[in-house]
Ligand binder design. Structure first.
Ligand code: TXA
Ligand code: MG
Length: 419
């Protein structure tokens, strides 16, 4: 297929493509249980879905261009991990700093062996030979799914992975997504796909095709629209190549999942502490040092401290609200995203003189719901409601709370208040 660039790629501020959106039906794609290991192809019963996937797969396999696609976590912007120019085009479309490495997405362990380590014809007893034993429990139970592991880059005589995906690290990040659209795209292109989240750099990650379109329209040729992402935050990134092992980014699987499922080696798993990382330092997960997940509006994060009754908490918030709003000139519209104590709080309690337009929206009733709604809610109040200030009621940092608060702290750029 011929993808027509609209104008010279040097004029990067203008539209390069007529970005096309193709709807796909994830429920029409079926993988066999053994496909995670042997790489057998999925059966796709809906003809439109099959056609769209073949079109996207051809872009990945045969061109230097990129395609946005749904995963179970967030939408990804994919290009071939094996091709420098595809990887450059990913960084360019997102305006992402090139020292922040990318995750390679594979559809099976067979594909990892063939396409990244250049080993074909391995028999079943050797199929895990390129994955250190420290990861075996985790990948056997959590792949396909939102778990990313670090592996050593293949020796230099094996020229497969683009060096641009690893940003000069001795390791590369890899995962098998569970979303059938993502996995089918990778399987049909038979190409490992480098894919960061499909947002413009610094913006909240996209969990709907419309979020991708908002940020990247004109910059990419195609978006596959498979509906809303179920998990809502990115994959959990772990490093099992060091002792003790590290949780580099909390995500779709919780710290508790990793420790209980990983086996004895993961019992002492440490959580990488972002507060110790300085701006000019080379960090284990470079993504951590950049501005991230930030709406245009200022975000103030309420960090939970102790439990109290709802009325007391609401009074405490009213004081915070008044203190925070007084300092900002020209405030007109304010959103409050609630999780527990502030659910159903009346705007009149916060602003009895009706100086501002106030929107109160709940993020959800439990960790999973809050996680799934988080990015969409931040985008909705920012991009559609166009509020000037967003208060978010945080949750305790356990289970899904660790990933949720990790994203919210960055969205708030450290405007965090104990609550
Ligand atoms: O769920 C996800 O992981 C999504 C979907 C699209 O799969 N992808 C995603 O990619 O979140 P991205 O690029 O936004 O985040 C990748 C994270 C970054 O924090 C990056 O620094 C880290 O993984 N990473 C990638 N390669 C690494 C490496 N070799 N060593 C340490 N960290 C690495
Ligand atoms: Mg991202």
């Amino acid at each position: 297929m011929f993808i027509r660039r609209l104008i010279s790629s040097k004029m990067s501020s203008q539209a390069l493509f007529n970005t096309k959106i193709l709807k796909v039906k994830p429920e029409s794609i079926k993988f066999s249980p053994t496909s995670v290991f042997d790489g057998s192809l999925p059966v796709i019963s809906d003809p439109g879905t099959k056609q769209a996937l073949l079109e996207a797969a051809q872009i990945i396999r045969d061109t230097d261009e990129t395609v946005a696609f749904p995963t179970e976590t967030v939408y990804g912007l994919g290009g071939s991990s094996l091709n420098d120019q595809s990887v450059r085009n990913i960084y360019k479309a997102k305006n992402r700093p090139s020292d922040n490495p990318l995750i390679s997405h594979i559809s099976s362990i067979d594909q990892l062996n063939r396409k990244i380590y250049s080993e074909t014809g391995l028999d079943s007893s050797d199929i895990l030979k390129n994955i250190p034993p420290s990861y075996h429990n985790l990948i056997e139970k959590l792949w396909p799914g939102p778990l990313t592991i670090l592996l050593p880059v293949p020796p230099s005589n094996i020229h497969t992975l683009s060096k641009l995906t690893t940003a000069d690290q001795p390791t590369f990040a890899v995962r098998i997504p569970s979303d059938p659209v993502a996995r089918a795209l990778i399987a049909l292109s038979d190409t490992p796909i480098a894919a960061p989240s499909a947002n413009a750099s610094t913006r909240p990650s996209p969990t709907l095709a419309s979020h991708v379109y908002h940020d990247l329209q004109g910059k990419i040729p195609l978006i596959l629209d498979g509906g809303a992402c179920k998990v809502g935050v990115e994959s959990t990134v772990v490093d099992g190549l060091c002792t003790p092992p590290l949780l580099l980014r909390p995500g779709g699987f919780t710290y508790e999942d990793i420790v209980t499922i990983g086996g004895p080696f993961w019992k002492d798993c440490k959580v990488e502490n972002m507060k110790t990382i300085k701006a000019n330092e080379k960090v284990r997960t470079p993504g951590m040092k950049y501005k991230h997940y930030a709406p245009s509006a200022k975000v103030v994060l309420l960090q939970p401290t102790k439990d109290d009754d709802a009325l007391e908490k609401q009074k405490a918030f009213r004081d915070i609200f008044r203190r925070e709003t007084v300092e900002i000139p020209n405030l007109q519209k304010i959103a409050v995203l609630t999780t527990k104590y502030l659910d159903g709080i009346s705007p009149a309690v916060l602003d009895d003189r009706k100086k501002y337009e106030l929107l109160v929206k709940t993020l959800g009733q439990n960790g999973e719901e809050i996680q799934a709604n988080l990015f969409a809610a931040l985008r909705e109040v920012d991009e559609e409601d166009k509020v000037d200030l967003i208060f978010v009621e945080g949750i305790p940092e356990e289970d899904e709370g660790l990933a949720v608060m990790n994203r919210l702290r960055k969205a708030a750029a450290n405007n965090c208040i104990d609550f």
